[in-house]
Design a protein around this ligand. Structure first.
Ligand code: PMP
Length: 461
């Protein structure tokens, strides 16, 4: 008889280490729907409650220390509580937390964005990445007059309909309740990496006026893009007057000081950002071609503008605390140094994990781009070398690993002082060190061995 992972030793150890997190979760169950503030924060038997973070570390309410690969859902390129960011926010706090009016700091923030990403001629701020995508789609639709949007399977764009539909396997629409059927007909999800398929899809449906994607590949490079796909997509969309939107919520300014577009040399028509671009605070950015952004400008004739001009609200858009954090962050991110440092450490981590995978003879591979890492466990075709290259680009497989395996391994590494972002993967920062990486590789090996012992069926050779 197999013992369920929930009754196994790792779960018991998880519970033993975290009485106060368990208490907090009980309390949250009386307050928050399902006891969490965001669906991806769910964990079994309960999530870790965090008390504080500093650099590459964070501590839970029970005093357990973690090397953090979650980093505020990849918002913290500089690590937790970077002194320059803390000082900038503290200084702003003294001058008031919120004006909901124009202020010099939002101009400074916007100037940094324009300087780092030259495709952004004009921009607007929002309060989140989801809102940034909402505004980008509204702009694209107003500009082209076409209602439908092409997106790619496994790419994430926030929790608005275009983000939810086609995000997780199975990719057929309606993963969430509360989205009317007629809304879903405005989104078309296809696999990435096939420029011919994109061209055929656009030609067959002239009502598709925009294409949105994560230029990293879906879900922060969990589903990699083939080299050349971005450039081909740029050509296919430009030739048809279709607006190309890069969702750089993760990649700006992680992939480089110019984002993914700077790294790959391909400019979209519109870009959306949040996270690092908002200094690790709540906030978002939409920017791009001046003629598209001009859809927001009044013509001087209110009657003519009605139903034509793109409107936007948002009490906290460009708020001074996020602006202060963003300016402090972008000043450092503009040097390219944090990205080089984090990228090199992520490469070291991926290589070390692949050594572990080889040593244990597992059917798995560590991969990823920029400062990320992902570990894929899946059926390996005969002859594929262990722990060297990713052997599939199938989005359903890459986004659809067994939840028992993902949960089990996440808990096992948490029990050994690491916290991951989502799936089996995470991001690195300027604050991580080579020693953190070496310790993490050791912790991963111990976690994999423990899991294999407890649940041999989950880890195939
Ligand atoms: N796009 C991408 C690529 C993201 O990763 C996310 C958030 N993880 C979003 C959009 C949504 O951003 P937010 O959570 O700020 O709404």
């Amino acid at each position: 008889m197999t013992v369920s992972i929930l009754e196994s030793g790792e779960v018991a150890e998880y519970v033993r280490q975290r009485p106060r997190s368990q208490e907090e979760h009980k309390r949250a169950g009386r307050i928050l729907s399902s006891g969490i503030a965001n669906d991806v924060r769910a964990a079994r038997p309960f999530p870790i409650a965090i008390a504080r973070g500093s650099g590459a570390r964070k501590w839970d309410v029970d005093g357990n220390e973690y090397i953090d690969f979650h980093l505020g859902s990849a918002a913290l390129l500089l690590g937790h509580a970077h002194p320059d960011v803390v000082a900038a926010v503290r200084e702003q706090l003294e001058r008031g937390t919120h004006y909901a009016q124009a202020h010099p700091m939002e101009n400074e923030w916007g100037e940094w964005i324009q300087r780092l990403m030259p495709s952004i001629e004009r921009l607007r701020f929002t309060s989140s990445g989801t809102e940034a995508n909402m505004l980008a789609l509204r702009l694209a639709r107003a500009y082209t007059g076409e209602p439908r949007v092409l997106r790619f399977e496994g790419h994430y764009h926030g929790w608005l309909p275009v983000g939810v539909l086609g995000q997780r396997p199975p990719f057929a629409p309606l993963a969430s309740g509360g989205i009317p059927q007629n809304e879903t007909s405005n989104y078309v999800a296809i696999p990435a990496n096939d420029p011919e398929l994109v061209a055929r899809t656009l030609d067959a449906d002239p009502q598709i006026g925009s294409v949105i994607l994560e230029p990293s590949g879906g879900s922060w490079s969990t589903i990699p893009l083939r080299p050349g796909f971005l450039l081909a997509l740029r050509e296919v969309t430009a030739a048809r007057g279709v607006v190309l939107i890069f969702d750089e919520v993760i990649t700006g300014f992680r992939w480089s000081s110019g984002g993914a577009q700077g790294k790959f040399g391909v400019n979209p028509d519109l870009t959306t950002m949040a996270k690092i671009a908002a200094g690790g605070m709540a906030g978002g950015v939409v920017g791009g071609r001046a003629d598209i952004m001009a859809m927001m400008e009044p013509s001087g004739d209110p009657k003519a503008d009605r139903g034509r001009r793109v409107q936007q609200g948002g009490t906290f858009n460009g708020n001074p605390l996020s602006a202060a954090a963003a300016v402090a962050t972008l000043r450092i991110a503009s040097t390219g140094e944090p990205q080089r440092h984090a990228d090199a450490l992520a490469a070291q981590l991926r290589a070390g994990l692949n050594e572990v995978i080889k040593r244990l003879g597992l059917s798995a591979v560590a991969y990823g781009e920029s400062s990320t890492f992902h570990v894929y466990f899946g059926e390996r075709p005969a002859g594929t070398p262990v722990g060297e290259t990713l052997w599939t680009e199938d989005a359903s497989a890459l986004r659809g690993m067994s939840p028992e395996l993902v949960d089990g391994l996440r808990r096992a590494v948490q029990n050994r002082g690491l916290d991951l972002m989502s799936g089996i993967g995470g991001v690195l920062s300027m604050a991580h060190t080579s020693d953190d990486v070496e310790r993490s590789i050791v912790a991963f090996e111990a976690a994999l061995k423990a899991l294999r012992e407890e649940e041999p069926k989950l880890l195939r050779n």
